[in-house]
Ligand binder design. Structure first.
Ligand code: PFF
Length: 481
């Protein structure tokens, strides 16, 4: 492409997936992560369950899925990093290269998300350690099927999280190990690193998820969990809750950070991307719902508060595992499951800016990954210090919606509630109104009827709905609330 009068200056990537299924696994690996197993149940619990969940699923299929396809198409056509890919689609469509701004904002968002993602994944790593030691003790005691953390009081178990938060060095160590592992995989490249990690880890992930959910169905309060997750109380669907649901849908599908543009650029052949996009969105949503069905039966079985917030998974569940037969083993598997999900996502987060450095700056892969992995590591340190020495810091405290938010939650909230929707909005306008219809349509490979539906969703529903949700979410006062 570069040889045929390409003026974008970006370097066409020579890297690629070895097959379509490798791409699908890697993209599902990117989509399925802490967002599904930690953020989704936390938000569903805090937002009152059913109405949030139903609105969320609507956002995924009516707004998210059309954008998943849009991003993959841009990457497939562009064959380079996100910024360069958008420029190429723009050049082929006769529109200004300035549209690539949403690739740049997306890459910044990926970089910022990586910083706190690695901190939270570090907490998971810590719990893998705690549960691993506990299971080893159970084995040594000749009782491998005992409950977790035998003999510890509720205060001791829940105090672990407080202990972790109070120790900058412990959190820093975990953050370092996780970021290091992410860097190690990304540095090995698309084929040898990212694809290998996804094809090895994702099947194990699904087996564990289904296994633990079935276990929860027998051991926990499945009826209560189903009622909580699927019975809507529409009065709870306020504009901030809608904004949170949209942000979560985008976050969970890895949209608005140019990740799917980047992964799409490694597809070398073929079109027909519509069914592929549908598989990614469906798998991601099934995992989020399954995670809810895995976590809430346990939460209700032991009388915990579903609205406990970000500590729900970490603080409450180890206690639940204590009271369950086989809890020591299940608890260990549970945290390994989250860790696997997190690493296949964090590699996609680092890959976005890394690909930008390779494509636009012509850096080597290792150099680019070190720069962005190192930078995100440093910002992550600020996030984790927000739990102890900098616990009074409110980075955007002047802004009412962030007035009470600590450093990590500010980075999370600012990216999720603002940057991702803005990028989603620009993506929809670009694909729906600016990009060459023939070029885009041919790559989508949909039947004429489906193509029509997709075009309508991208050109009309996505921009209008995302803009409204963004507006009312950020300024709830506009509705007189
Ligand atoms: N989709 C991931 C999750 O749900 O945990 C988070 C994420 C990964 C967002 C990769 C963006 C991204 F590029």
């Amino acid at each position: 492409m570069a040889a045929t009068g390409d003026t974008t200056g970006a370097k066409t990537t020579s890297e690629g997936w070895s097959s379509r299924s490798a791409f699908i696994l890697a993209a599902i690996g990117a989509a399925v992560g802490l967002g599904n197993i930690w953020r989704f149940p936390t938000l569903a619990g805090e937002s009152g369950g059913g109405a949030f969940v139903i609105f969320y699923v609507g956002c995924v299929f009516l707004l998210g899925l059309p954008l998943v396809l849009s991003e993959i198409i841009v990457g497939r056509v562009g064959q380079t990093d996100a910024v360069g890919s958008i420029k190429r689609v723009a050049a082929k469509s006769g529109v200004a290269p300035g549209w690539s701004i949403f690739g740049a904002i997306g890459a910044c968002a990926a970089f910022l998300i990586l910083s706190f993602y690695s901190v939270v994944a570090g907490w998971v790593l810590y719990y893998v350690g705690v549960m691993g030691v506990d299971f080893a003790e159970a084995l040594a005691a000749g009782d491998p099927f005992r409950g977790a953390l035998a003999g510890e009081s509720r205060e001791m178990i829940q105090g672990r999280m407080a202990g972790l938060f109070a120790s900058p060095s412990l959190m820093l160590g975990m953050h370092l190990v996780f970021m290091g592992a992410t860097f190690f995989i990304v540095a090995r490249g698309v084929h040898g690193g990212i694809e290998k990690a996804a094809t090895w880890l994702m099947p194990g992930f699904f087996a564990l998820l289904v296994g633990i959910t079935i276990y929860g169905a027998f051991a926990g309060e499945m009826g209560q969990a189903l009622a909580f997750l699927f019975t809507p109380d529409w009065s709870k669907l306020t504009p901030p809750v809608m904004n949170a649901a949209l942000g979560q849908a985008l976050f969970s599908l890895s949209l608005g950070v140019a990740a799917l543009i980047t992964y799409g650029s490694y597809i070398k052949e073929g079109s027909g991307l519509g069914p592929t996009a549908a598989m990614i969105a469906t798998a991601d949503t099934c995992v989020a719902l399954l995670a809810g069905l895995m976590i809430f039966p346990i939460v209700f079985a032991v009388g915990l508060d579903p609205a406990a917030g970000p500590t729900l998974v970490f603080q409450s569940l180890p206690f639940a595992f204590q009271t369950m037969p086989g809890g020591a083993l299940i608890g260990l598997l549970f945290f390994v499951l989250i860790l696997v999900a997190a690493i296949t996502s964090s590699i996609s987060l680092l890959e976005v800016p890394t690909a930008w450095g390779i494509g636009e700056r012509r850096w080597s892969r290792v150099r680019s990954a070190s720069i962005f992995g190192g930078g995100a590591f440093l910002i992550g340190i600020a996030c984790l210090l927000g739990y102890n020495v900098w616990s009074d810091v409110r980075p955007l405290g002047f802004w009412p919606i962030f007035a009470e938010t600590d450093i990590l939650d500010t980075v999370d909230g600012f990216t999720g509630k603002i940057m991702l929707p803005v990028v989603a909005l620009l993506t929809a306008i670009f694909i729906g109104w600016k990009a060459d219809r023939k070029l885009v349509g041919a790559t989508a490979g949909l039947s004429p009827a489906m193509l029509g539906v997709w075009r309508f969703l991208v050109a009309w529903l996505c921009p209008i709905a995302v803009a409204l949700i963004l507006l009312f979410g950020l300024f709830p006062g506009l509705l007189g609330a």
